[in-house]
Design a protein around this ligand. Structure first.
Ligand SMILES: C[S@@+](CC[C@H](N)C(=O)[O-])C[C@H]1O[C@@H](n2cnc3c(N)ncnc32)[C@H](O)[C@@H]1O
Length: 243
């Protein structure tokens, strides 16, 4: 007996796309679909979001969580911050404005969203942020040894086949002793695919994936119901132990 896959049509589209893009990942496939819908005028909750207030709030929560965990307030503007899966710099823009030159690093698997942000906000380049695709920019970002790494609204979109690489990259970026990682996730009692590009996992999954970083605390947000599963939005804080 095979279980019904409510997303089988979408998965078939992915398979067809991969025949034309043999090295393509699910992340790249999703990004291509999103780009198409943005061109047709679709409003995406984060990728062409005009809600500046929410973006500033998210950026402040990144800084405040860092301050609360490290006990160093205000967080230094020389702190090197990596925004993993930065998209169109929704949270990145206020952080680039806050931090010193060269102290913001924005990485995404596809740089199309980043390119759009650079074109829309050419003034940010003056602050010399390090912006690029994961494929081309990861090594330089690791070398920059960030003090704080965060991934907001990213982990829940990672296909199970691409999960290993995702956490491996985050762990590599956060190798500096004392580095803080903030991971926005959806927590569910059982592993669940709740939408075409949406997965939630039990808490242990995230804590295990982040080892050797230690889990510090969770900021618990809303609980929503999707396809019969309860999903709790949480921002998990981890710290890289001292050597
Ligand atoms: C919903 S958007 C969130 C963007 C941004 N973090 C925000 O909150 O505004 C998800 C982003 O994750 C990126 N992404 C998807 N898979 C990724 C991966 N494996 N590694 C890094 N980024 C990824 C997508 O390209 C997209 O820009």
């Amino acid at each position: 007996m095979t279980l019904d896959n409510p997303f089988a049509d979408y998965d078939r589209l992915f398979d067809q796309w991969r025949e034309r893009n043999p090295a393509g990942t699910f992340g790249a496939f999703s990004a291509a679909r999103i780009q198409g819908s943005l061109k047709r005028g679709y409003q995406h909750p984060t990728l062409n979001c005009e809600d500046e207030g929410k973006a500033v709030e998210d950026a402040e929560s990144v800084i405040q969580t860092y301050e609360a965990v490290t006990g160093s307030a205000p967080a230094p503007t020389s702190l090197r911050i990596c925004d993993y899966g930065c998209g169109s710099l929704r949270v990145g823009l206020p952080l680039i404005a806050r931090q010193d030159h060269g102290c913001y690093i924005g990485l995404d698997t596809v740089d199309t969203f980043l390119k759009a942000a650079r074109e829309k906000h050419p003034d940010i380049l003056e602050k010399q942020p390090l912006l690029g695709s994961v494929a081309q920019g990861l090594a330089a970002a690791i070398k920059a040894a960030p003090d704080l790494v965060f991934a907001y609204n990213v982990a829940s979109h990672i296909h199970p086949d691409e999960v290993d690489e995702f956490y491996e990259n985050i762990r590599a970026l956060s190798a500096k002793p004392g580095c803080i990682v903030l991971l926005h996730v959806l927590v569910s009692a059982q592993p669940v695919r709740f939408q075409r590009s949406g997965w939630a996992w039990p808490m242990d999954f995230y804590v295990d994936r982040m080892l050797p970083l230690g889990f510090v605390k969770a900021k618990v947000g809303q609980t929503v119901e999707r396809n019969g599963s309860e999903l709790q939005s949480q921002v998990l804080t981890f710290v890289q132990p001292a050597k």
